[in-house]
Each structure stands twice: as C-alpha cells, then as structure tokens.
Design a protein around this ligand. Structure first.
Ligand SMILES: Nc1ncnc2c1ncn2[C@@H]1O[C@H](COP(=O)(O)OP(=O)(O)OP(=O)(O)O)[C@@H](O)[C@H]1O
Ligand SMILES: [Mg+2]
Length: 293
C-alpha cells in the first residue's frame, strides 16, 4: 500500500498569503486572500456561483499566476505538472478510445513508469474506487458515476499529496453522490491527502470536511470559516441525522443566502461588462479571420 500522503508531506501547510487576482486586470476576484491548510486536512469551499472558487483552484494548481501574494506548498509555488498535485475536474474528462483501466494508467505512462508497475498501480486504485471487473470496458459503456470513479482513480494513481476537486460529483444523482462521498472519505482516510473540495451542496460540505470556507461575491474573498466538529468516522445514517449536522446546515444555508443577496458593486459589474465586451470583440475578430482564411 502507498505511504500515506500526510506522512510524506510532513508538517508543511498549504499557505495562501495575501493573494490578489483579477481577470484582464479589471475584474477583481481576490484582493488579499489568506488561508492556511494543514497537511491531511479536508477543506470544503462553498459560495455563490461566480465567487471565484474555480479561479482559486486554478491559482493553487499553478494554471494561473497570482498578481500579488503567493500560494506555497512545502514553501514552494505549485506548478501544474507537480507530481504532488491532483486535480479532479467537474466533468469526468476521460479518453473515450481507451479502456477504463487504460485511462487510469494514462498519467503513469506519461511519467515513464514501466508497463508492469503501472498496471499494478492502476489496478490498485481501480479496485480502491470499487470498479473491479470493469477494467476493459470502454468508458462510454460506464455510467456517469462509474466514469467519475475512473476519473478519481486516474488522479489518485499519481499519488498526489494535494487533491483539488472542483464539484467532482455535481453531475451525479443524490444516491450516487452520497455513495461517492463515502468512497472518497474511505480513500482519504487511507491515503491522507490534503483535500480542497469545491461544492454547491451544503450537505456534502458538512458531511466530508474538517473545515468549511464560505466565499462571498468578488472581490470579497472569505466570508466565514466554520470548523466542523462532527466526529469521524462518518457514516450516512449517523452523521446525516446528528443534531450538529443540522446545526451546521442551518447556519450555512443562512450564510449562503446572505452572500448570494450581496449586490455586486457597480465597479465590479462595470468591469465584468467591459471584460466580456472585450472578449466578444476578440472572438468576433478571430471568427472573421477564420472566414477569410
Ligand atoms: N477566463 C476568464 N476570463 C474572464 N473572466 C472569467 C474567466 N473565468 C472566470 N471568469 C469570471 O470570474 C468570476 C469567477 O469565476 P469562477 O469560475 O472562479 O467562479 P465559481 O465560483 O467557480 O463559479 P461556479 O460556482 O459557477 O462554478 C466570474 O464572474 C467569471 O465570469
Ligand atoms: Mg466553478
């Protein structure tokens, strides 16, 4: 079995310090965001649509660069190709021409791992997400929930210490989502990664996390951080019916209603409008160039 990520990371936190970011220098998303995530912590992030959750993950993964401030893991900025980093996107982005297990092997193949070793590693994570028996299925023949599992296994197989998850179960029905939540907790318990988990679902945030960060509209950043004292291990029938679960849920429903009702400032609205006009203009120019060619 793989060494637990939390032991590999040692005592280093993921540190977000004085983070500033805007799109096109105009639409300001973060103006001095600070957040410390300890190794092996499960952090859920919720907030209204457009508040900057995906932007934050893109900054954490090094796809975007901060305008000011920094994001550091073990004291260093993170690059998208960093092997410590795993990113699970909202939609399962799998290769339809490969079998399920070949999809899980893909990143390992790219990293140059020899065939026998990579098949064994892929199989281990394939089994861990409960897919044994479906190795040779083309992904199009799997259900949405199974495809999400393949996607998760592919990410886990790289054995990242930091797992960024952007509404990974958003497209699933409630029952499949709950069983994926249990699956994820079981894997996290075994492997001990640091997890940043974005969701729109308050139940999911409360069920999974050690802390819940509520974002407000940009450039507001963090509205509130809730420490989640629900005992572990968690299980559907016990955790979801606990008084504390309902207390957090009620509190977060009120918080989300509050941040959703915040009016964007006139400047933010104006900036967004200007930016989208610029993007449209560029797209139009490109389209007319394409027609000419
Ligand atoms: N590439 C981009 N260029 C310009 N503006 C962008 C870009 N990506 C996102 N935005 C804007 O930045 C803001 C934050 O977007 P982001 O995708 O981070 O929100 P989110 O919190 O993930 O929303 P959702 O919950 O809907 O996924 C939005 O106003 C969005 O329109
Ligand atoms: Mg998003």
């Amino acid at each position: 079995m793989a060494e637990r990520a939390v032991e590999r990371i040692g005592g280093d936190n993921l540190i977000i310090e004085n983070l500033h970011y805007s799109y096109g220098g105009k639409l300001s998303i973060f103006e001095g965001l600070n957040l410390d995530v300890r190794p092996g912590e499960f952090l859920a992030v919720i907030g209204p649509s457009g508040c900057g959750k995906t932007t934050l993950l893109n900054l954490l993964s090094g796809f975007y660069s901060p305008e000011r401030g920094s994001v550091r893991l073990r004291g260093k900025p993170i690059a998208p190709e960093d092997p410590n980093l795993g990113y699970v996107f909202q939609a399962a982005t799998l290769f339809p021409w490969l079998s399920a297990i070949e999809n899980v092997e893909f990143g390992l193949r790219m990293s140059g791992m020899p065939p026998k070793e990579r098949r064994e590693r892929a199989q281990r994570y394939f089994d861990l997400v409960g897919l044994s028996g479906f190795e040779n299925y083309l992904v199009l023949r799997l259900s949405g929930g199974m495809q999400q599992r393949v996607s998760l296994a592919r990410c886990l197989a790289m054995e990242p210490t930091l797992l960024l998850m952007d509404e990974p179960f958003g497209a699933l029905d409630a029952i499949t989502r709950e069983s994926m939540n249990d699956e994820l907790l079981r894997i996290w318990d075994e492997l001990g990664q640091t997890v940043l988990f974005i969701t729109h679902d308050i139940d999911e945030a409360v069920y999974l996390s050690d802390r819940i960060v509520v974002f407000s509209r940009p450039p507001g950043g963090i509205y509130k951080v809730v420490k989640n004292e629900l005992p572990r291990p968690r299980s559907g029938p016990t955790t979801r019916t606990a008084d504390l679960f309902w207390k957090y849920k009620k509190e977060l429903i009120a918080d989300i209603a509050m941040v959703t009702a915040q009016r964007p400032t006139d400047e933010a609205e104006l900036a967004e409008l200007k930016l989208s006009t610029e993007i449209e203009r560029k797209a139009e120019k490109q389209a007319s160039r394409d027609t000419e060619n």
